[in-house]
Structures are given as C-alpha cells and as structure tokens.
Design a protein around this ligand. Structure first.
Ligand code: NDP
Length: 248
C-alpha cells in the first residue's frame, strides 16, 4: 500500500477496462489520478468513482490521435495537478480485417490511435518529467506485437511499433530519471475483447495455455510495479502478463 503516495498519474483510456483497473490500483496506492478518455461523461464518472479523501482525481476529454486535443488535455491536467509524474499510455482500439480487404482508412486509424497516440501523449508529458528529473511512462502494447494474428496485422504492427518506441525513448530519457517500459497483455476480458468476432475469440482462448481470458486486475499490478520505486531498474523492458500465449 501507498507505493505511489504523493504521485500524480495520467491514464489514457482510463474510463473502463484495463485503463480503469490501472487507475484504480494507482489510486489505492496513494496516487492522484487523471482519467483521459474520449467521452467526457465516461471520464468524469470514472474519475468520480475513484476519488477518496486521500487522493484527488480529475477527468479530461481527449482524442489521443489528435495533437491539439492532446495538448489541451495535458494543459488541463497540468493546471489541476501542477505536474505529472506517471503516464500510462493505455487508450487503444481494435478492429478486424484481412490485409487484402483492409481499407487504408482502417490502417490509418489504427496507427493514429494505437501508435501516434502514444507518441503524442509521451511528448506532452515529457518536458515536466525531464525538468523534475523523475518520471514513469508505461505503454500498453499487446502480446500480438510478438505473435501476430490473422485479421489483426494493423493492430499487431501498431503494438510492435509501441515496443520499438518504448525502447528508443527509454534510451533518450533514462539519465533524466525517467523509465519507459511496456506491458504486453494477453487476451483480457474487457469490452474491447468482447467485441472481437466470436470465432476469432474462441480460437484464441482455445490456444491459450492458461485456458481462459485474463482479468483486468491481473494486469494492473504490473503497471503498479513499473510505476513505483520498486520498478526503478526496468528500462525499455516489455513485461508479459499473457496467460502463456507467448512465453518470453
Ligand atoms: P476498452 O475498449 O475496454 O477501453 C479502451 C478505452 O480507451 C475506452 O474507454 C475508449 O473510449 C478509450 N479510447 C479509445 N480510443 C481513444 C482515443 N482515440 N482517445 C482517447 N481514448 C480512447 O479496451 P481495453 O481496456 O481492453 O484495452 C486497453 C489497452 O490494452 C488498449 O491499448 C488495448 O489495445 C490493450 N490490450 C487489450 C487487450 C485485451 O484483450 N483487452 C489485450 C492486449 C492489449 P471509447 O469507449 O469512447 O472508445
């Protein structure tokens, strides 16, 4: 408990699913938390539900793929919190298509949200972290970055890009006291996973060594570890809570 006491965290896509579970775990560990998400009412509801006498929570609307939206949301959080210690780049989308049928717009949207969004939010959070000589950036990638999957080439490519980005940024800022790491979850029971075509989901669950989808509370502890002082020696690492889908 209180491993993040006094910290100020931002979780993108924090209104539900894995992001909300991470935000909840951070608040439990004593961090103030900002929920950034697409829809104002969802972000506000999530932030309210986490607020306690001990921690402050705020909400801001953002589209992580849009530079101006990201700038505005981070300016709002900076003014509410004063500074940002921890950023979790969690917001993401999932769509399915064979490459041969994939509209270019579907590819572009995936890259804009799942890869460019990580760049834009990191860029917005970094100046304050560099100035304060402390920071944690945690990027939510996916086990599909390692494994690939039919109908998800765009998703796997974006998530593999997140790992490359994580390692490169880690080189750039570790001597400023900022660690940058990635988490690659396996299939987790969230709205995103439930919206994948049923046949794809059934095939994935059948091949999983653990034989079931994960729970969001099986991912959040990894984020707490990377965010806390206990995670200080992880640099550019990729942690893999994935039910054995990829054993690395
Ligand atoms: P959910 O769909 O349950 O939650 C994602 C949240 O991100 C939603 O609140 C969504 O808002 C928000 N979001 C989507 N696009 C944007 C955007 N452009 N700007 C801001 N917020 C946005 O997903 P999960 O919790 O399952 O996934 C969280 C992360 O984990 C994603 O990056 C995903 O790729 C990754 N992941 C998930 C796995 C799984 O099996 N669930 C496995 C491996 C990785 P809205 O509802 O308005 O769209």
């Amino acid at each position: 408990m209180n491993r993040l006491e006094g910290k100020r965290s931002v979780v993108t896509g924090g209104a539900r699913g894995i992001g909300y579970a991470i935000a909840e775990a951070f608040a439990r560990e004593g961090s103030d938390v900002a929920i950034l998400d697409c829809r104002d009412e969802d972000a506000t509801r999530a932030a309210r539900s986490l607020a306690t006498g001990e921690v402050k929570t705020v909400a801001a609307t953002v589209d992580v793929s849009q530079p101006k939206s990201v700038e505005a949301a981070f300016a709002q959080i900076q003014s509410a919190f004063g500074h940002i210690d921890i950023l979790v780049n969690n917001a993401g989308i999932d769509t399915n298509s064979l490459v041969v049928d994939m509209p270019v717009s579907l590819w572009d949207e995936m890259m804009a949200v799942n890869l460019k969004g990580v760049f834009l939010c990191s860029k917005a959070a970094l100046p304050g972290m560099i100035q304060r000589k402390w920071g944690r950036i945690i990027n939510i990638s996916s086990q599909l970055a390692h494994k690939g999957a039919a109908e998800m080439a765009h998703y796997a490519a974006a998530k593999a890009g997140v790992i490359g980005f994580t390692r490169s940024l880690a080189y750039e800022v570790i001597r400023d006291g900022i660690t940058v790491n990635a988490i690659c979850p396996g299939p987790i029971d969230t709205e995103l996973f439930r919206n994948i075509p049923p046949l794809w989901r059934e095939r994935k669950l059948a091949e999983l060594p653990i034989g079931r989808a994960g729970r969001v509370d099986e991912i959040a502890p990894t984020a707490v570890l990377l965010a806390s002082d206990e995670g200080s020696y992880y640099v550019g690492a990729t942690l893999n809570p994935n039910g054995g889908d990829v054993m690395i």
